[in-house]
Design a binder for this molecule. Structure first.
Ligand SMILES: *[C@@H]1O[C@H](CO)[C@@H](O)[C@H](O)[C@H]1NC(C)=O
Ligand SMILES: *[C@@H]1O[C@H](CO)[C@@H](O)[C@H](O)[C@H]1NC(C)=O
Length: 905
């Protein structure tokens, strides 16, 4: 959803290719705390860890941390999985400092530590293969993997916690003793907005140096490349994490947009280390990458004879909160991402349909419109699972109501959709229209559910409905009330097949500072909005999840969110917000989703076609082809754009979009299995190349290619009229890759120039993988539930392959009662076998094995035999394609429930 209509009208006036109005958003220099923290002098840390006060317990160390003005309690805790938690709070704060609630998936698991050495100046502890050295003066912490130092906290001496204090009184004669403060320290203006800062300055910062690292990744969400760029005073602003509704966001900048996950990965060939900065206030992070532009230091090092060592420097800066940081020591990318998932959780298994195709537009106008679009999809043979309704379906932007004229039979409409195997998603936003008689507004006013301003009055802002107020989802009473609105007797006109889209939950406030809520607004528990800003979107989806689970206890919810924080994966899928119909926006969709996936949120997509403006047919069809390989697969468009449903185009374009949709539907079992595995391991579903090939220095900056698990690699084609694409095939000469379009095989020997036309983008199966497909695409995924499977066995250099398949009822929680099949397929010595990973799990699937396609098989097989425990051996026909690249084993016909052995002869 776009921002205000007033802006929309404004954009039309100004220019066709309008872009972000940067003036609406702060730079670091316009933010007092960012200015203050960036000015802290390097290599002059005043912080001392008083080791005389050291206390050691089974899992943690505790000591006083001092600066000349205040004393803090510092704790280091050892956690399971090579992870350490650093925590510091004031011993006697003037006000309580905020500690984030809701991002962690429960209390992290502790592990035992052992003190190796202890002197007056340092303490060394050990924990598995890791060691940590705490240095007293100046305060510093070194983290070791075995004997290699991989991260150093306060290496540059930028560590800061501004202790809370009483505002110094300005004295008439001017007191020379008082240090000069930043002009915005105690109150601050931005444009016409005033921030009263009732508690004064309370910022904190920490620098971390990662010796040996050559790239940094993470810190989503930014519309930027995956590998983080170097930032620095006088040059580029730090990466900003502050959930904002940015109208027509710009690409390749460090500006904040809708979501924030403060996790950073520093990666080198030997070690990958993660830092999770557990803080929900506005945050900026400076990154400096020794390998970027450090010509000067290289020369200095050359002269001084010092080795030019790789390192990444990071500087985290937040406006408020306690210091609470997790350092995850890997050592490989997969280890660190799993360590992060152990802290913030995984996405629970979604319903199967959620990986199908979603058709959205602002807006489908009425029930007839919805019906016609679905009919046209069917007529055109375009698979479709979900229709979406944007804000116009409501009665005057009052959520939990339907437009009484256009959507007066919403239940019938929903049931009609269900009858064709489809679902509906409708938008529900957090702002509440201030209209007397609107039950939600009345309830909220009467029961005191709204966020307050600094004077204790209900906060009023401007959003879609005009004057609006915002429920305080930090209040448990509001959570109970609001989640209950999703029950079928409350949300009249809804059914169990309605799922929810939460938009504008940064929260978006059209007339607020930076289009959001003022920082001195007040939440439950007397916390200022400043303390919890980045959590508002997460809490909102938590409420929706609670509501949908209560409404339909045995159906897995589906929620899409725009704003998110660390931990949002436990509640919702996300999309990259209001992008534009431009090739550059198509290109950025892979890096943005890869970055979000490393931040724990794999269920990511970008609006197909681009939200703003009109894509030409080539851009549109390319977008479908590229988006086929991202988890969330939805087309969406602004109200001012031309209709662009696939059936509106010429037959060539239609054919290509249809093929993309059918390829997607063929691979739904793969997506479903990948998300099942994500829910068990925390591994991201989509992965950048460095994740699987961490030692390959060529892949560090490749972010136009995605791996889906360990089986598929797709390359985005994002140039107009492209006739070729440069594709990097990783893994060396031992690694095989098979072109999905013609089964031609390649080795992983670096860049190839891959010819493309409008029919395809480069997609490869990874040698050694087995991908389960359903190759009879139908108009909706629900109609394919019992369809047979085809296995694509892509042999590695040793003529082996392995893969998994997960099957259940596609929608309920019965899988928690072991009603599923989790199958492993192995191919070795010309023989394909299956086994059941969880042997006590059973699901009575009707699906059977229709075909096995073997890629990379030798060309002299004449037939195959099928053995099952019960049946007699059966002879199966085999054939090769005309190029001899694929061998097809026809009709094994065996149920997916049964054990089997298929041998080629
Ligand atoms: C539901 O389907 C019936 C039968 O096709 C149709 O007559 C009716 O208009 C549909 N109603 C809505 C609200 O879509
Ligand atoms: C093939 O097998 C050898 C010996 O077991 C192993 O070292 C090698 O990694 C395997 N190659 C592939 C591509 O799996």
């Amino acid at each position: 959803m776009a921002r205000a209509m007033r802006l929309f009208a404004f954009a039309l006036l100004v220019a066709i290719a309008a872009s972000v109005d940067r003036n609406n958003f702060k730079t670091c220099d316009q933010s007092s705390f960012c200015r203050r923290l960036r000015k802290v002098e390097q290599d002059n840390s005043k912080y001392i860890l008083n080791l005389d006060t050291l206390q050691v317990s089974a899992h943690s160390l505790e000591a006083d941390l001092l600066n000349p003005d205040a004393t803090f309690k510092f704790t280091l805790t050892a956690l399971a999985g090579n992870t350490f938690r650093l925590f510091a709070d004031e011993i006697k704060p003037l006000h309580k400092r905020y500690k984030v609630v809701g991002a962690l998936d429960g209390e992290p698991k502790l592990t035992k530590l052992e003190v190796l050495e202890r002197t007056k100046q340092e303490v060394v502890i050990k924990c598995g293969d890791s060691k940590v050295k705490l240095i007293a003066e100046p305060f510093k912490i070194e983290f070791y993997n075995k004997d290699t130092v991989v991260a150093v906290v306060n290496a540059r001496g930028l560590f800061t916690i501004e202790h809370l204090r009483v505002k110094p009184q300005e004295q008439a004669d001017g007191n020379e003793e008082l240090p000069k403060e930043d002009p915005g320290a105690w109150e601050e203006n931005f444009k016409s907005h005033h921030d009263s800062k009732p508690r004064g300055p309370e910022a904190l910062a920490m620098d971390v140096t990662f010796p040996g690292a050559i790239r940094a990744y993470g810190l989503p969400e930014h519309a930027d490349h995956l590998a983080l760029r170097s930032t620095g005073p006088g040059a580029t602003d730090p990466y900003r994490l502050y959930n904002l509704d940015v109208f027509e966001y710009e690409l390749e900048t460090t500006m904040a947009i809708y979501g924030a996950v403060p996790v950073l990965y520093a990666h080198g060939p030997e070690n990958t280390v993660g830092v999770f900065w557990h803080n929900s206030a506005e945050t900026w992070v400076d990154i400096s990458n020794s390998k970027d532009t450090n010509v000067v230091s290289s020369i200095v090092n050359l002269v001084s004879g010092k080795k030019d060592e790789n390192k990444v420097d990071a500087h985290f800066m937040s406006e408020s909160g306690v210091l609470d940081v997790f350092v995850m020591l890997g050592p490989k990318p997969a280890d660190v991402v799993k360590q992060y998932a152990a802290l913030t959780g995984v996405a629970p298994l979604p319903q199967y349909f959620t990986f199908g195709y979603h058709q959205c537009r602002w807006n489908y106008n009425d029930e007839d419109d919805v019906k016609n679009v679905v009919e046209k999809f069917d007529e055109g043979d375009f698979p479709l699972d979900v229709m979406w309704l944007d804000i116009e379906y409501t009665d005057g932007k009052k959520y939990f109501t339907w437009d009484p004229v256009k959507f007066s039979h919403s239940t019938v409409m929903l049931n009609n959709l269900t009858a064709t195997g489809r679902k509906l998603v409708a938008i529900i936003d957090p702002h509440v229209k201030r209209e007397s008689g609107y039950f939600l507004h009345e309830d909220a006013l009467n029961n005191d559910y709204y966020v307050k301003d600094k004077d204790g009055k209900v906060f009023e802002g401007w959003c879609w409905p005009g004057s609006s107020s915002y429920p305080d989802f930090f209040d448990p009473t509001v959570v109970d009330y609001y989640s209950n609105l999703y029950s079928l007797d409350k949300f009249k006109g809804s059914t169990e097949n309605l799922y929810i889209w939460n938009d504008m939950n940064e929260p978006s406030v059209f007339n607020g500072p930076e289009i959001t809520m003022g920082k001195d607004m007040v939440h439950y528990g007397n916390w200022e909005h400043r303390h919890v800003h980045n959590l508002y979107g997460l809490y909102y989806t938590m409420v929706t999840m609670k509501g949908l689970q209560a409404r339909s206890p045995n159906k897995r919810p589906f929620i899409l969110t725009r704003a998110f924080f660390a931990g949002s994966q436990r509640y919702a899928a996300m999309w990259t917000g209001d992008n534009a119909a431009e090739w550059s926006h198509l290109a950025i969709s892979y890096p943005m989703c890869l970055s979000v996936a490393l931040g724990g949120i794999s269920f990511c997509g970008a609006d197909i076609g681009g939200f703003f403006h009109n894509p030409d047919p080539e851009l549109l069809l390319r977008w479908y082809q590229v988006a086929t390989w991202l988890p969330f697969f939805r087309a969406h468009a602004h109200i001012d754009t031309k209709r662009r449903e696939p059936y509106l185009y010429g037959s060539d374009v239609q054919m290509r979009i249809r093929n993309a949709l059918k390829l997607r539907y063929a691979h739904l079992p793969m997506w479903y299995t990948q998300f099942w595995e994500h829910s068990r391991t925390g591994e991201p579903v989509i992965r950048p190349l460095f994740y699987e090939f961490p030692e390959d220095s060529n892949v560090l900056d490749i972010d136009n290619q995605v791996l889906i698990g360990k089986s598929v690699m797709a390359t985005a084609v994002s140039q107009h009229s492209a006739s070729s694409a440069s594709v990097y095939l990783p893994g060396g000469s031992e690694q095989l890759w098979y072109d999905l379009s013609d089964f031609k095989s390649y080795t992983g020997s670096g860049y190839i120039t891959y010819p493309v036309n409008l029919d395809k983008i480069p997609v490869f199966y990874m040698g050694g993988s087995i991908v389960s497909r359903k190759d009879r695409p139908r108009r909706a995924s629900s109609l394919m539930h019992d369809d047979p499977y085809t296995l694509y066995v892509s042999l590695d250099n040793n003529k082996s392959a392995t893969g998994t398949l997960y099957i259940d009822d596609s929608e309920s929680y019965e899988y928690k009662k072991k009603k599923y099949l989790y199958i492993r397929f192995n191919y070795k010595d010309n023989t394909l076998t299956n086994s059941f990973i969880d042997q006590d799990a059973k699901y009575p699937t009707l699906s059977w094995l229709e075909r096995v396609v073997v890629l990379g098989a030798s060309n002299n097989f004449r037939y195959a035999t099928l053995k099952t425990p019960k049946g007699e051996d059966t002879i199966l026909q085999v054939s090769y394609d005309s190029e001899g690249r694929s061998l097809i084993i026809r009709k094994p016909g065996v149920s997916m429930r049964e054990k089997f052995t298929i041998t080629l002869h």
